[in-house]
Design a protein around this ligand. Structure first.
Ligand SMILES: C[S@@+](CC[C@H](N)C(=O)[O-])C[C@H]1O[C@@H](n2cnc3c(N)ncnc32)[C@H](O)[C@@H]1O
Length: 276
């Protein structure tokens, strides 16, 4: 027996109980199954799903009820004004990270050469490549599948001024200088209780966890970036909301000038920067 779009939506909303956004989750999963725009919910609510669509929809509802993030089920996530493919090899891009792009755009700079360390889906690299069409952006990631994913997002978003390569931080970065180095590295302490809750459970440890109370990768990047920055060039790093003071202190210890921090949309300290 197949069901109508209206029935499917109600079924999905009732089925998903382990989410604060069950109505939205069911809607997104249904539209993904139907490969249709949201308008269909209003223009054709009595249209019936095919049997294959019902099976697909119910299996995706089960994945969501088991806690899997909606973005992994849909295979896509919006970031900035881009649509990005996502996969379990790396982090699902967060809206909080967009505050780093906002900050860069607020500065009176026209970077020519930009490096994104730990690029994941390529989110930051691609957003900056789009905003600075005259710049050349390099994104690197430790995980080869993330590099593949970032490349697929380069093609999907038709951006040519960006390239991606596999590298553990600076290991394979060409010996040249950048105007801007940006990174959203892993910064969560391995004992953080949030790691066992919600969507984060499905994201890889390689994208989330860092030693030394979450500070190890931030410190490594701060240590290593200076020789790769042009004079006056900027290092900009995302971090946890309680790490701003430590990251700023560390940037100063490393000799960066005019360091500061910025907030995300929720008003939490989310990133810090310093200039070479
Ligand atoms: C928090 S995720 C950020 C992903 C993406 N930049 C974003 O903002 O959505 C951190 C990324 O750093 C990568 N990573 C972890 N260790 C790394 C290393 N040693 N060298 C390069 N990348 C690394 C992970 O694979 C992951 O993609």
């Amino acid at each position: 027996m197949t069901i109508s779009i209206k029935q499917a939506l109600l079924e999905g909303q009732a089925f998903i109980t382990h989410s604060d956004t069950q109505a939205l989750d069911a809607e997104l999963i249904l539209l993904h199954t139907l490969n249709a725009h949201r308008n269909i919910l209003f223009t054709d609510p009595d249209k019936h799903l095919t049997q294959a669509q019902v099976t697909d929809y119910r299996s995706n509802l089960q994945r969501r009820e088991a806690g899997e993030p909606v973005a992994y089920i849909l295979g896509e996530q919006g970031f900035w004004d881009l649509t990005l493919n996502v996969a379990p090899h790396t982090l699902i891009p967060r809206a909080d990270t967009e505050s780093l792009i906002d900050w860069v755009l607020e500065q009176d700079i026209q970077p020519k050469r930009i490096l994104d360390l730990g690029t994941g889906t390529g989110a930051i690299a691609l957003a900056l490549a789009k905003e600075f069409p005259n710049a050349h952006v390099l994104g690197v990631d430790l995980i080869p599948q993330a590099v593949e994913l970032a490349n697929s997002n380069k093609v999907k978003n038709q951006l040519s001024n960006v390239e991606f390569l596999q590298s553990s931080w600076f290991e394979h970065v060409p010996n040249e200088r950048f105007d801007l180095i940006v990174s959203n590295p892993p910064y969560i302490d391995e004992l953080d209780e949030h790691l066992s809750k919600g969507d984060v459970r499905f994201e890889p440890a390689s994208a989330l966890i860092a030693h030394n109370h979450g500070l190890a990768d931030l410190q490594h990047i701060a240590n290593e970036s200076k020789p790769f920055l042009n004079e006056g060039g900027c290092l900009l790093m995302e971090h946890g909301w309680q790490q701003a003071q430590e990251v700023r202190d560390y940037l100063q210890e490393c000799g960066y000038k005019n360091s500061g921090s910025g907030k995300d949309l929720a008003g939490q300290w989310r990133f810090s920067y310093g200039f070479a």
